[in-house]
Write a protein that binds this ligand. Structure first.
Ligand code: ADP
Ligand code: ZN
Length: 801
């Protein structure tokens, strides 16, 4: 008997191994196995069991499975079908996909271990070459090669020493770090009798155990002195039994709960729910796009839809952009559905995550709330998937398997015959387009709950207000802040500042310099003093006259949240100002603490990046200030306008959610830009029309698909040569495709150098995803032959950075 196995390493093909007789009952599809691969032992996943080998493999090349690592499968045939889809679509090795889908840290890993031979031990005292390497090795136990390489980064010296017989290198395999947690429990086996002659303390413990039943040993130790010794006696007498049992690690996620509801649904909520319920009862795939303005009660719909699914005996997965940023949503679910919720996201420790995952796998938790990886949650009988804030870019994984969880939610729902609800106040252009095409069923919530009105939006032209504090906080925003503070309201100040190369605008008129062929902003490259298009490679010298007004001076725009915080505090020394961005919130639970303080009214003004604008519902916020709308608009990205529209709308949506009406002030150098004008008028549909026209004109997604090929290398010349070779190959393939698919580039990536690696990319776009994928596959194949150059592929890329 043989097993087909995918390896948890970036290798494309699968392998066949013989299954030894004693492992046969264990090696089911979906279990992990330890297998030999070259000189190493690695973790693999059983994909199938067969009695025959494929014709191109001969029996004598077959090695045997070393061990089976799971008592029960981690995935079933249904999930495997999903994994295969993901691997095919995103051009990723199947083993990598499975690894991404399973909880982290559970796999066995092998690494080299280095120890001294007797000759090596003798040589330490001498003056042989590389003696310092010998000295670094632990003389008794040996040392891991990885640690030794930190001090002596030359691999070749190790192999030289090995050849001379001074050291011995062996591959060692280590079990996964993440395991089930076990705890000891004590319980009464039989009641004591008069012969047992118990001490008073022993009697006390027995009485206590009698009252409380099975008790963790740790609790017993806390209650009684010397409990361990006494228990040992009781165990010997056969009165008490102590045993081990698996325990859950409870994630301590800070959630915000507030008394609310139960509400009577508004007519719009009712209508949407009716459609979702009908679809759930039909037991068939049905995708919805729930487009509801901020504060229209989308979360209430999610809750009721999940309750409905549970009532029908199904399970549900709720995807949220970043769980740490949505303590309110998690709190609301936990209060409405106590004991049903499992949380899956990277903010948990590996152990907590493993436990939550197993609770889902066993069926103990019927609702999963999680970030993007929760789309792989091992839910059986999946009836409903919800994707909250479906437009959010954090659904896209930007390394390893570059999947988009929003898109995969739809695929998974289709495979399982489930209902999927994509919800947003500002749907992505993709989803909007799909709804237009009749692929998604639209649901609308056009009004705020309780007759609340959308905030009034004012646009401040920064061109009039340059210099010093004024360019950070314009006089109208200063006045609005003063008024808000006087009225006892709260304000959010939002700056979408992402830390990377700065964009260039004309100092006279504020116009950004854009590419003639691509309509995206050019990025300033200080070293070469050029303005460069990161899509097509077009460049101009940085000493340009502004094409709009003829001005001769270029300004680089850019300052961060910290400056904003300082400026605010300087102007309003008495105000309680806080800041929230990734610099402040790297500590666990920090988001929850800041948002909790905001909820309790302990903060007057909160300054922050996009993490302050996501979905929060704080009724006392009456003012939202967008410090520099242009920061996002000028990004060298195809989706710059869409992203800006979404973010600014989201930010604006935080204002005026309570009884007091809200006010939004947008500061910009470019007040006439359609993204800003449409936010001002709360005109989502209008924005889509304009943006879609732009995409149509340039044949960009969602009308086409894109695939990016990126190479990187520590050697800039190798990176460039690599991309040139791929470009030639790409051109050759394109000639066969006859015009339908286009190649853009090659050009250096906007973030040209990251961690010492130089990056170039090639972009392909076309209507047929199949052609693009075939192209991607052949270029990846070609790229595998390059030495010192890494080739990566991104299907449906979101970011071009
Ligand atoms: P969204 O997710 O669309 O921004 P929420 O679901 O957060 O909106 O709802 C906004 C506010 O309205 C919340 O405070 C929520 O508790 C409340 N709410 C939702 N539905 C109703 C309803 N039917 N009646 C009264 N209040 C409601
Ligand atoms: Zn260009």
């Amino acid at each position: 008997m043989y097993a087909e196995v995918a390896i948890s390493l970036p290798v494309e093909k699968t392998f066949h191994y013989a299954v030894p007789p004693q492992l046969r009952p264990l090696c089911d599809v979906g279990t992990r196995v330890l297998v030999p691969l070259g000189r190493r032992q690695v973790t693999g996943y059983v994909l199938a069991q067969t009695t025959h080998l494929p014709p191109d493999i001969s029996d004598k090349d077959i090695k045997a499975i070393i061990d089976c690592l799971d008592e029960a499968p981690l995935f079933d045939e249904g999930m495997l079908r999903f994994f295969r889809w993901v691997a095919d679509y995103y051009l990723a090795p199947l083993g990598q996909v499975i690894k991404t889908a399973l909880p982290p840290g559970i796999n066995w890993e092998s690494s080299y271990h280095c120890s001294l031979t007797p000759e090596g031990t003798k040589a330490i005292a001498g003056d042989s070459p590389h003696v310092e390497v010998l000295q670094a090795i632990d003389p008794h136990k040996g040392s891991p090669l990885k640690r030794l390489l930190k001090d002596c980064p030359s691999r070749s010296s190790f192999f030289a020493l090995q050849r001379r017989g001074l050291i011995c290198l062996e591959a060692r395999v280590r079990p996964g770090r993440t395991k089930a947690k076990k705890a000891a429990f004590a319980e009464i086996l039989r009641p004591p009798c008069s012969d047992d002659a118990l001490t008073p303390q022993a009697q006390q413990i027995v009485a206590w155990l009698g009252e409380n039943g099975r008790i963790p040993l740790a609790a017993l130790r806390k209650q009684f002195k010397k409990a361990t010794a006494i228990l040992k006696g009781l165990q010997q007498q056969g009165i008490v039994a102590v045993g081990e049992e698996e325990v859950w690690r409870e994630p301590n996620l800070e959630t915000l709960t507030r008394e609310e509801g139960p509400f009577h649904p508004t007519p719009e909520q009712e209508a949407a729910l009716e459609e979702i319920t009908k679809a759930l009862k039909a037991n068939a795939f049905c995708p919805f796009l729930l487009h509801g303005v901020t504060g229209s009660g989308k979360t209430e719909i999610y809750l009721r839809a999940v309750e409905e699914a549970l009532a029908l005996g199904k399970r549900a997965v709720v995807l949220v952009p970043e769980i740490g940023l949505t303590p309110q949503l998690v709190g609301r679910f936990q209060r409405r559905l106590p004991n049903e919720i499992a949380l899956l996201h990277s903010g948990l420790s590996a152990g907590e995550r493993y436990d939550q995952w197993r609770r889902v796998n066993r069926g103990d938790a019927r609702v999963v709330i999680g970030a993007r990886s929760a789309v792989f949650a091992p839910c059986r009988d999946l009836g409903l998937i919800i994707v909250d804030e479906e437009h959010d870019t954090s659904y896209k994984q930007e390394d390893g398997v570059r999947y988009n969880a929003r898109d995969l939610a739809v695929v998974r729902a289709k495979q399982e015959g489930a209902v999927v609800v994509l919800g947003s106040a500002t749907p992505s252009l993709e989803s909007f387009y799909n709804a237009r095409q009749g692929k998604y069923r639209p649901l609308h919530l056009p009004f705020r709950v309780g007759g609340g009105i959308l905030p009034q939006v004012e646009v401040v032209d920064l061109k009039g207000h340059t210099g010093g504090t004024q360019s950070v906080l314009s006089p109208p925003l200063q006045e609005a802040l003063a008024r808000t503070l006087a009225d006892g309201g709260q304000a959010l100040l939002f700056l979408n500042r992402r830390g990377f190369s700065r964009s260039a605008i004309c100092a006279d008129c504020g116009a950004p310099f854009t590419c003639r062929q691509c309509s995206v902003s050019l990025t300033y490259h200080a070293r070469r003093k050029v303005l460069l298009c990161h899509y097509c490679g077009y460049e101009v010298p940085a000493f340009q006259l502004c094409p709009r007004c003829g001005g001769g001076e270029i300004r680089l725009v850019g300052y961060g949240t910290e400056q904003v915080e300082e400026a605010v505090q300087g102007l309003f020394p008495q105000a309680r100002v806080a800041r929230m961005d990734s610099d402040v919130t790297t500590r666990r639970g920090a988001h929850g603490r800041v948002l909790g303080a905001l909820e309790r009214g302990e903060i007057d003004i909160l300054v922050g990046t996009q993490m302050i604008v996501k979905g929060h519902d704080f009724p006392r916020i009456t003012l939202v200030g967008i410090i520099a709308a242009d920061v996002g608009l000028n990004l060298p990205e195809l989706r710059a306008a869409e992203r800006s529209f979404q973010l600014i709308s989201q930010a604006a949506g935080r204002a005026g959610r309570g009884r007091e009406p809200g006010r939004v002030i947008i500061q910009t150098f470019f007040p006439e830009h359609y993204a800003i004008q449409r936010v001002k008028d709360h005109d989502c549909a209008g924005f889509y029309e304009e943006e879609m026209a732009f995409r149509q004109a340039l044949r960009y997604p969602p009308l086409t698909h894109m695939v990016t090929i990126r190479v990187s290398s520590r050697n800039p010349r190798h990176a460039e040569e690599g991309i040139q070779r791929l470009a030639r190959k790409g051109e050759a393939v394109l000639r066969g495709l006859r015009g339908e698919t286009e190649m853009l580039g090659p050009s250096p990536a906007p973030l040209y150098q990251i961690k010492g690696r130089y990056r170039w990319h090639l972009l392909f776009k076309g209507e047929r995803i199949g052609s693009l994928q075939r192209l991607g596959r052949s270029l990846m194949e070609e790229g595998r032959g390059f030495s010192g150059v890494t080739t990566e592929v991104d299907v449906d890329p979101l970011s071009m950075l």
